[in-house]
Design a protein around this ligand. Structure first.
Ligand code: C2E
Ligand code: MG
Ligand code: MG
Ligand code: MG
Length: 279
C-alpha cells in the first residue's frame, strides 16, 4: 500500500507510529483541559547555603492527571513546548509563584526568600515574554529582585543578541537569571561573558558521581571556578549525600539544592522547613 502511494509520499501506515501520534494528541487535549480545570500545581524545592539555611526555592510544576495520576514534567513540558501550550502554562506558573512570594512578604521568616521559575526556550523567545513577566509582577505586587528566571543553554543556539536585549530589560527591573543544567548544553564562553546572568546551576549529572568519577569532580570544580571568575553565584543541583555537599563546599560552592536538604514540597510545608537548618 505504501509503495502504491509513490516514492515521494509520506506514509502514515505504521500502526506504532499512528498510536504514538494519537496518544500525543490525546495528551494535548488533556493538557488544555488541565489548564482550565486547575490540575496543575506547583511544588517548591529549597535552595540552601553552606549552613543549610534556606535562601530561596525553585518552583517545579506537577500535573495530576485524572486517569493517569502524576505525570512528570520531563514528559509533559516537551509536549507543551511543541504545541505552544507552554505559553499559558508558563504564565500560570509565573503567576502562581509570584503570588506565593507576595504571601510570604508578611512573614518575617519567609520574606527574604527568592523564587526561581523555569522558563523554556519557546517561552522566552515569544515576542511578548518581557511584557508578560512585567505584567505579572505588576498585577501580583511581587518584588522583581526576589524573582529568578532559570534559562537553559538551548536558548543560546540562535538570536543571542535578541536574548541579551530581553534579559537586559528584565534585569534592569531587578529580575535575576540563572543558567540551569549548566555544562550539559552548548554555551560558548564568549556568550557566557556577555549574558546578564547572576548564577550558574551545576547540573545534577556532574554532582551524582562527584566523589567517584575524577572527570565529574574536575567539571564541578571548573564550573565553580568559572562562575567565581565571572562574578556569578553557583548552585549545585541534585545533592543527595553529605559527602557530595562536603566536596562542593570545600571547592567553593555556596548554594545547594537536592534531596539531602528537601524534596520539592507544597508551599504549606515551607514554613516548617525555613526555621531550622536543612541537611
Ligand atoms: P530542573 O529545572 O533542572 O529541576 C531539577 C529537577 O531535579 C527537578 O525534577 C527536581 O525534582 C529534581 N531533583 C531535585 N533534587 C534532586 C536530587 O537530589 N536527586 C534527583 N535525582 N533529582 C532531584 P522535576 O521536578 O521532575 O523537573 C524536571 C524538569 O522539568 C526541570 O529540571 C525543568 O527543566 C522542567 N520543569 C519543571 N517545572 C517547570 C516549569 O514550571 N516550567 C518549565 N518550562 N519547565 C519546568
Ligand atoms: Mg531548574
Ligand atoms: Mg537543572
Ligand atoms: Mg533538568
Amino acid at each position: 500500500q505504501a509503495k502504491a502511494a509513490g516514492r515521494n509520499t509520506l506514509c502514515f501506515f505504521d500502526p506504532g507510529m499512528q498510536e504514538a501520534v494519537s496518544a500525543r494528541s490525546a495528551m494535548e487535549a488533556d493538557m488544555r483541559q488541565a489548564l482550565q480545570h486547575g490540575q496543575f500545581r506547583l511544588l517548591y524545592q529549597p535552595v540552601v547555603n553552606g549552613q543549610g539555611r534556606m535562601l530561596g526555592v525553585e518552583a517545579l510544576v506537577r500535573w495530576n492527571h485524572p486517569q493517569r495520576g502524576n505525570i512528570s514534567p520531563a514528559e509533559f513540558i516537551p509536549l507543551a513546548e511543541k504545541t505552544g501550550l507552554i505559553l499559558p502554562l508558563g504564565r500560570w506558573v509565573l503567576q502562581t509563584a509570584c503570588r506565593q512570594l507576595v504571601s510570604w512578604a508578611s512573614d518575617p521568616l519567609m520574606a527574604h526568600l527568592t523564587v526561581a521559575v523555569n522558563v523554556s526556550a519557546r517561552e522566552f523567545r515569544d515576542p511578548g515574554f518581557v511584557e508578560a513577566v512585567l505584567a505579572v509582577l505588576e498585577a501580583t505586587g511581587a518584588r522583581p529582585t526576589q524573582l529568578k528566571l532559570e534559562l537553559t543553554e538551548s536558548l543560546l543556539l540562535n538570536d543571542v543578541e535578541d536574548i541579551i536585549a530581553k534579559m537586559t530589560r528584565l534585569q534592569m527591573r531587578g529580575v535575576g537569571f540563572s543558567l540551569d543544567d549548566f555544562g550539559t548544553g552548548y554555551s560558548s564562553l564568549s556568550y557566557l561573558k556577555r549574558l546578564p546572568l547572576d548564577q550558574l546551576k551545576i547540573d545534577q549529572s556532574f554532582v551524582r558521581d562527584v566523589l567517584t568519577d575524577p572527570n565529574d569532580a574536575t567539571i564541578a570544580r571548573t564550573i565553580i571556578a568559572l562562575a567565581s571568575s565571572l562574578g556569578l553565584s553557583v548552585v549545585a543541583e541534585g545533592v543527595e549525600t553529605v559527602g557530595q555537599r562536603a566536596f562542593l563546599l570545600r571547592n567553593g560552592c555556596e548554594a545547594f539544592q537536592g534531596y539531602l536538604f528537601s524534596r520539592p514540597v507544597a508551599a504549606v510545608a515551607l514554613p516548617g522547613l525555613v526555621a531550622s537548618p536543612l541537611g
